[in-house]
Ligand binder design. Structure first.
Ligand code: C2E
Ligand code: MG
Ligand code: MG
Length: 638
């Protein structure tokens, strides 16, 4: 923005004085005068001081436009009108004494209420007022100045120009702080404080406010393919259309749209505040209007593109009484609407929770995660407690999304199960684990076996055993290197089916473990009928070994039982030395847990395998000691 005095628009000043002669003097000062003489003088001086040639100074012309009043009441009214018309005065000159009417101090405080930004100059003939006094009544101090009569015309003009420049600079700074420079719309901060005001007023008057959250569909793609300047141009056109659409409705009386009711939150997100609506329909009609307006093709250079917005609507007081809540809920509604299809609106409702949104988002991102190669496997080692030897590695799935980061496996596995995505994902896990086992075999690295977790959905697939056989064949891996873990609750869901399914998997040649054992309270006696090789004692029992007598007895019962049945047993989630000692006492076969190692990325798991290969001849204590010391640092850290 150009902060030099503008050469075209006149500088508007407002004056109040009760004496006709002084009013006439002001008229002369502002009327006939222009700043050419003053500016010429300054430029002459500059030219002489800095040896510069004079710029075409004659073209500089500052004219004034003075509105001259004769009383305090009149000048206050003039300020009010100017503010209402959206064209406030930068500077007002007030005579201190205007008998028999109200004086300049009275006018100053009324004016300040109407216009917080105007520069006020108090003019007085005598030193009969203490300037600090009025400044105190009419804050801020730095927006009130004093001028002693009689004044010189130059003094008045220069004061007007200086105060005008200050006023303009302050407005410019405020614009930068509160308005979005691209679209000129109120920015997030300003929109939120505006929403707060509207809501407070609405609450006091018992009025309903609607908030529209508007987000362009696929804006990122346009930005990425056509470039950022095309994206900027699109945002500008969209904000102009939004304004037009909402103003159109407002003029039709559907709702009131005031200055600042439309705002840009950032990126391709806009909000519209609709104060004092009487029906929900008004808000959805506004959303329709917004969608129709934005849907018209937009020209961007040689391209003609169509953008659709998704709109979420939240209504106060029902959907929130403060700005943050209302914004949040309208945002949720927008997301749900976008999920259902582009170019539509939705009202917020209570089922739209953050949890539900997170689920929807994950579901969307989970589709295609395989193709985008966002999955990886980590390996957590299992050790024999008697010998300290590495007995196996459990393959654990990891998902890292470019925006969401690492997503906890338990969070997305459930969604993958519900959507059936678990089937291809599970197949990927199996294939990757087999390929890794093949590679480590080829390198002569001893890993015992690799355990692969199998979800209930996979396990229920009739052709799952065939798939396992096929993958083993494809990766040319002998089945004995793979163990499949099926959770106890899945096995219990339909024991008859499980018995058959486990038998067919056993026939493929892989070993089988029941995961998270103990929480499902399946009768240990039934285990006899199941073709399983191992039980994994659920972490919950292990973590309570020291504190809960009951959990301790369950853990030791599971360990004894497995010995009686002649099957293996692994304690999961061993975190403390005392837990390990107790398990050793109970002659639990093996253990897995943070005490020994966290799940490791492939490269770190390989480092571990190399160490194990180098330590095969050591004693048990030495092995465990070395492993505890040597396990890669990031693996044992909390
Ligand atoms: P799980 O099969 O019981 O796996 C053991 C979980 O316990 C892993 O969590 C592991 O990181 C964690 N863990 C191991 N030692 C300790 C310890 O000392 N303390 C604590 N607090 N936790 C320990 P993770 O990797 O988050 O996996 C959670 C669950 O997700 C797994 O439980 C399994 O049910 C499932 N899962 C993981 N990978 C796959 C997969 O490839 N397919 C399927 N279907 N499920 C998987
Ligand atoms: Mg497991
Ligand atoms: Mg487990």
């Amino acid at each position: 923005m150009n902060l030099k005095p503008n050469t075209e628009t006149p500088l508007r000043v407002l004056v109040a004085d009760d004496e006709a002669a002084i009013r006439e003097a002001y008229r002369q000062v502002f009327g006939e005068a222009d700043l050419r003489a003053d500016l010429d003088a300054i430029q002459d001086l500059r030219a002489r001081l800095f040896n510069k040639t004079k710029a075409g100074g004659g073209a500089q012309r500052r004219t004034f436009e003075a509105m001259i009043c004769s009383s305090a009441v009149e000048v206050v009214a003039a300020v009010g009108e100017a503010v209402a018309a959206g064209n406030p005065y930068p500077v007002v000159f007030l005579d201190m004494r205007m008998p028999p009417g109200e004086d300049g101090a009275w006018a100053a405080s009324r004016i300040r209420e109407l216009d917080p930004d105007v520069e006020i100059v108090i003019c007085t003939a005598y030193s009969d007022v203490d300037p600090a006094n009025i400044g105190g009544h009419v804050p801020p101090q730095d927006k009130i100045s004093f001028l002693q009569k009689p004044f010189h015309p130059h003094e008045v003009r220069q004061m007007a120009v200086a105060l005008y420049s200050k006023w303009r600079a302050e407005r410019h700074i405020a614009r930068l702080a509160y308005f979005d420079s691209l679209t000129g719309l109120p920015n997030r901060e300003h929109s939120m404080s505006r929403l707060d005001n509207v809501l407070q007023r609405g609450a006091a008057d018992g009025k309903t406010t609607a908030l529209l959250y508007i987000d362009l569909d696929n804006f990122k793609r346009i930005n990425d393919t056509l470039g950022h300047s095309a994206g900027d141009e699109l945002l500008k056109q969209c904000s102009a259309r939004l304004r037009e659409a909402l103003e159109g409705l407002a003029s039709g009386g559907a709702h009131r749209l005031g200055a600042g009711d439309l705002g840009r939150l950032g990126g391709d997100e806009f909000i519209a505040i609709l104060p004092e609506i009487t029906m929900r329909d008004t808000a959805s009609a506004a959303a329709d209007a917004v969608i129709i307006a934005l849907q018209q093709p937009v020209r961007l250079g040689h391209h003609e593109i169509v953008v659709t917005p998704s709109v979420g609507i939240a209504i106060s007081p029902d959907d929130g009484t403060d700005a943050a809540t209302l914004l949040h809920n309208s945002d949720l509604a927008m997301y749900f609407s976008k999920r259902r299809g582009h170019g539509a609106w939705a009202f917020y409702d209570a089922s739209m929770s953050d949890g539900a949104l997170r689920r929807l988002t994950l579901e969307g991102k989970l589709r295609g995660a395989l193709e985008r190669q966002e999955f990886s496997l980590h390996y957590q080692p299992q050790f024999e407690l008697a010998s300290g030897a590495l007995s196996g590695l459990e393959a654990l799935l990891r998902w890292t999304h470019p925006e969401l980061g690492a997503v906890p496996v338990l969070e997305f596995i459930e969604i993958a199960e519900d959507t059936g995505l678990i089937v291809p994902i599970g197949e990927w896990v199996l294939r990757s684990a087999c390929a890794q086992a093949r590679q480590w075999r080829d390198q002569g690295l001893p890993f015992g076996h690799i355990s692969v977790n199998v979800s209930g959905t996979q396990f229920l697939q009739r052709d799952f055993p065939d798939l396992v056989a096929r993958v083993l064949k494809e990766t040319s891996l002998e089945p004995k290197w793979i163990e499949l873990e099926i959770t106890e609750t899945v096995v219990m869901r339909d024991e008859a089916w499980a018995e058959k399914a486990l038998a067919s998997l056993r026939a493929v040649g892989v070993s089988l473990a029941i995961d998270d054992f103990g929480i499902g309270y399946s009768s240990l006696g039934r285990l006899r009928h199941l073709a399983v090789d191992r039980l994994k004692v659920d972490r919950s029992f292990v973590s309570n070994l020291e504190s809960e007598v009951r959990d301790r007895s369950i853990a030791s019962a599971i360990i004894k039982m497995s010995r009686t049945l002649g099957i293996g047993v692994v304690a999961e989630g061993v975190e403390t030395f005392n837990q390990m000692l107790y398990l050793q006492e109970q002659e639990c076969e093996s253990a897995q847990g943070y005490l020994f190692s966290r799940p490791l990325p492939t490269a770190d798991a390989e480092v571990l395998l190399r160490r194990v290969a180098a330590n095969v001849d050591l004693s048990r204590t030495e092995k465990l000691r070395r492993l505890a010391v040597e396990t890669p640092a990031e693996a044992t850290k909390g």
